[in-house]
Write a protein that binds this ligand. Structure first.
Ligand code: NAP
Length: 282
């Protein structure tokens, strides 16, 4: 039976390191600060905001919530972001997405300062992840997978990793992070032929296709490490991932659960990015 690789211990370890770095900054008179920008009041955003604020509080990172009405225009949102870009007391800015449909997401994304882009959405952040030359950060979820695997001693250097999913927020940046860590990476997507035979041949399988319970026994082989990035809410409010955890756990060496796996590490990564942004600006 597989080990269950819960996110909480990995998040705790990272939070302790972040708190120590934040304390050093505070001794120098710098209070690392995250601005959380929300348009409207989507329940998902509110839940993530609560979790992010709690995590930041636990490691000495200040937070400031900026809330715009659901009816806010693109120009109004961009004005708020420009103000935060120019505010020296704010080191990181997290904008909750998806934005309401009438807002021009691309224009908003371009208005975000890469050096404060702690969730890795700007071109500067993508350049950093893909070429190692940018000024921003990796998307928190992608980095959380690497943090979690490392915490449980999964060897990335030399490993064959299969990432199922090629989105700009998860699959692609994660592939680059694994590549940078020395893994041999195969990226799969909806046109991949015989996905199960590809995943069965890997040492590490990352499931990020956004389909509830998509991966089962046929996708796995003994000894594998599995990270399940998917999050799906059932009608009764319970959460599950892209992997049928019970089936996978009967085969593989270790698997991250949903809930309480990758998702539990993302706010710890976010807080670490805010502290790093403050260190870079100091
Ligand atoms: P997305 O933008 O919908 O991308 C899904 C990817 O999966 C696409 O690249 C798609 O391929 C691929 N795909 C779809 N069906 C497939 C199939 N049958 N075989 C192989 N690949 C397939 O989703 P996302 O934003 O990356 O998110 C992925 C999952 O992670 C979602 O469940 C989301 O809720 C979750 N998530 C979790 C967190 C967290 O904190 N844990 C954060 C963000 C997202 P094509 O490119 O060919 O369409």
């Amino acid at each position: 039976m597989a080990e269950l690789w819960k996110g909480a211990p990995a998040a705790k370890a990272l939070t302790e390191k972040t708190a120590a770095r934040a304390a050093v900054l505070r001794d120098r008179g710098i209070a690392p600060t995250l601005a959380l920008v929300r348009v409207g009041a989507r329940e998902d955003d509110l839940a993530y905001e609560r979790a992010a604020v709690k995590r930041c509080q636990s490691c000495g990172v200040e937070t400031r919530s900026v809330v715009l009405p659901e009816t806010a225009s693109t120009a109004e949102l961009i004005a708020v972001l420009r103000e935060l870009n120019g505010d020296g007391s704010v080191h990181g800015v997290l904008l909750f997405r998806p934005l309401p449909g009438h807002i021009d997401d691309e224009a908003v994304r371009r208005a975000q300062a890469p050096e404060k882009d702690v969730d890795g959405v700007t071109d500067g952040s993508l350049a950093g992840v893909f070429a190692g030359t940018g000024t921003g950060f990796a998307p928190c979820t992608a980095e959380a997978v690497v943090v979690l695997l490392r915490h449980y001693g999964v060897k990335l250097d030399g490993a064959n990793a299969v990432v199922a999913g090629r989105s700009l927020v998860v699959g692609r940046p994660l592939s680059m992070l694994l590549l940078a860590a020395g893994a041999t990476v195969t990226v799969c997507h909806s046109h991949t032929r015989d996905l199960a035979s590809v995943t069965r041949g890997a040492d590490i399988v990352v499931a990020a296709v956004g389909k509830r319970g998509f991966f089962g026994t046929e996708h796995f082989a003994p000894g594998q490490a599995v990270a399940d990035v998917g999050i799906h809410a059932a009608g009764d409010g319970s959460l599950c991932g892209d992997v049928r955890t019970g089936e996978a756990a009967a085969v593989v060496a270790g698997i991250t659960p949903v809930p309480g796996g990758v998702g539990a590490v993302t706010t710890a990564v976010l807080a670490s990015h805010v502290v790093e942004a403050a260190e870079r600006s100091a």
